[in-house]
Design a binder for this molecule. Structure first.
Ligand code: SF4
Length: 395
């Protein structure tokens, strides 16, 4: 394989190798949502018989795999794991992105938690469109990939910038080209916000986090949008860093609360209050994102609204208001979205007891309210009964 690495293989040998690689693809799969059912049908059912194409499906390990099929909705939470397992695959390796969600975020492209395409974290060789694609579409994607492999120049592919896991001289996470960019983002924000800039963290090859002063929260949104070109709003939410005083669901609600660690640790870039708001925005041209956060004062949990900076922040702030009890100054309409207006408490605060038997039931439980039309029927029945009784007494 030394010849392969150097790209000096004679052409007949290259053709032979490529033919062998095309028809001995080991696949491991990332089935993440509905598309995974179609992938399962393609890989697991005799109707489609993928092995006739020279594909060995479903070993549950990246270490022998040549190909990974990512099918379904990739979330930002899942993205690092996908990347890690991709890096554990030996070269040469290939990726098929199956379905709209894996291709671009699909129906959830505007969600606060969904990655807008798996190609943001790993290179994709073939995109299979559809929501969901049929199993035949995946088979066609595999055939297209095989055609590509057959014509591949192994030398060119091997010389591409890949991190080889076998290279034991690498002991630290290698810096990606984006790290320099991230340092510049931090510096630019520091320049824009002055004293409003509090703390930052750049993790090599990973991401950037910035903490700003609560009073600079709106200014931070404006700086990110206008000075740094982060025009895409991903999400805004909050965290209550207080450790929950409650135990697991089976705890006896009548028993005294257990002793628990009460120290508040605010995560990346630190903090000094129990609750923080945080938001994620991205620059889709230069392909970077920033997570920005700010302390929310404990005595009066309120912070400026981002609705005039990013329109998409509107319902995210409503949600944070409802779930954490944080006021957003300047928000046009902080109505509840999930809970009844009369609901007391904020369910995502850590001191809110989640067991239904421990919380006060809110007024107006649905099963005692008449269903639509029910009240009318009852009134009719009552009227009929009264008429009958009247008729009997007259008779
Ligand atoms: S593309 Fe459609 S079918 Fe596939 S995971 Fe997304 S929503 Fe489900």
């Amino acid at each position: 394989m030394g010849l392969v690495d150097k790209g000096r293989m004679p052409k007949p040998l290259t053709s032979l190798f490529n033919l062998g690689r095309s028809y001995s693809l080991w696949v491991y799969q990332w089935g993440l949502a509905c598309c995974a059912i179609e992938m399962g049908a393609a890989f697991g059912s005799p109707r489609y018989d993928v092995m006739r194409l020279g594909v060995i499906p479903l070993p549950a390990s990246p270490r022998q795999a040549d190909l990974v099929v990512v099918s379904g909705t990739v979330t930002d939470k899942m993205a690092p794991a996908i990347r890690r397992l991709y890096e554990q695959m030996p070269e040469p390796k290939y990726v098929i992105s199956m379905g709209s969600c894996a291709n671009c975020g699909g129906p959830y492209w505007d969600s606060y938690s969904v990655t807008k395409g798996v190609d943001q974290i790993i290179p994709v060789d073939v995109y299979v469109p559809g929501c969901p694609p049929r199993p035949e579409a995946l088979l066609e994607g595999i055939v297209l990939l095989q055609q590509r492999i057959k014509n591949e120049d192994m030398g060119a592919r091997s010389s591409s910038a890949v991190v080889r896991l076998s290279d034991t001289s690498i002991t630290e996470t290698p810096a990606l080209p984006g790290d320099g960019l991230r340092e510049r983002i931090v510096q630019r924000l520091r320049d824009e916000l002055g004293d409003g800039f509090v703390e930052s963290l750049v993790k090599p090859g990973d991401d950037v986090w910035v903490r700003v002063h609560p009073e600079a929260w709106r200014a931070a949104g404006l700086a990110l949008r206008d000075a740094l070109g982060c025009e895409s709003f991903s999400f805004l939410s909050a965290i209550d860093w207080m450790p929950s005083p409650y135990g697991r669901g089976e705890d006896d609600p009548t028993a005294p609360l257990p002793e628990r660690d009460t120290e508040i640790k605010q995560g990346y870039t630190g903090g000094s209050t129990r609750m923080q708001v945080f938001a994620r925005v991205t620059n889709v041209v230069e392909h970077f994102g920033v997570t920005v956060k700010a302390d929310v004062p404990d005595d009066a949990p309120a912070i400026d609204s981002w609705t005039t900076v990013y329109a998409g922040a509107n319902w995210h702030e409503r949600e944070a208001h409802e779930m954490f009890g944080i006021e957003f100054n300047g928000h046009p309409d902080l109505r509840n979205m999930y809970l009844p207006t009369e609901f007391e408490g904020h369910p995502l605060r850590k001191d809110f007891p989640l067991l239904a038997r421990m919380v006060k039931p809110w007024p107006g439980i649905v099963d005692v309210e008449p269903l639509p039309g029910e009240a009318q029927e009852e009134a009719q029945e009552e009227a009929q009964q009264e008429a009958q009784e009247e008729g009997q007494s007259n008779g």
